[in-house]
Design a protein around this ligand. Structure first.
Ligand SMILES: [Zn+2]
Length: 169
């Protein structure tokens, strides 16, 4: 027996169970959450990466052809252009490459001032933009060893951040 046509979208096929990143209905308020100015724009290339973050997994894109890793998530390898790429969990270890301390910003970004925007080098190779938390500003230095952490925002959205390695939180 055929199912009746419906405005509902098909279930998600990725690891996400649809709680945050995917809307199952056209009027789902979660779409507003993803559309907020301080939220990523999730698309077909990045939704699996962000879904894993919601489950506290930081992934990198790894290439089955040249074996190199990359970020941001995309359906090909930026080193050899192979489309044989898959997301694999990263170790969560990184070093600080560069940073800036943001002292002024407009809403909604002003709630966390001052905050540290950084580029970090993951142990797996890719360099990613992130935020450094739980680190005195005077302790920031190039090469600082970092560990990934997962910040739960008030609305339940999980954001990958980095903190100094070996520091109890
Ligand atoms: Zn490659």
């Amino acid at each position: 027996m055929r199912r009746e046509a419906s405005r509902e979208r098909p279930p998600c096929l990725c690891a996400c169970d649809g709680r945050v990143l995917h809307s199952q209905r056209d009027d789902d308020p979660r779409e507003e959450l993803m559309g907020a100015p301080d939220r990523p724009t999730s698309d077909s290339d990045s939704e699996a990466w962000w879904a894993a973050v919601q489950d506290h997994t930081l992934n990198v894109n790894t290439c089955g052809s040249c074996r190199r890793n990359s970020l941001y998530p995309r359906p090909f390898c930026p080193h050899c252009w192979s489309e044989d790429v898959t997301l694999v969990p990263a170790s969560g270890h990184a070093t600080l490459y560069t940073w800036t301390v943001v002292h002024q910003n407009a809403a909604p970004f002003d709630a966390r001032l001052p905050y540290v925007v950084a580029m970090v080098d993951l142990a797996e190779g890719p360099r990613m933009m992130t935020v450094i938390e739980n680190c005195p500003l005077d302790d920031l230095q190039a090469g600082l060893e970092l560990t990934v952490d997962f910040r739960h925002d008030d609305d339940g959205f999980v954001v990958p951040v980095f903190t100094p390695a070996g520091v109890d939180r």
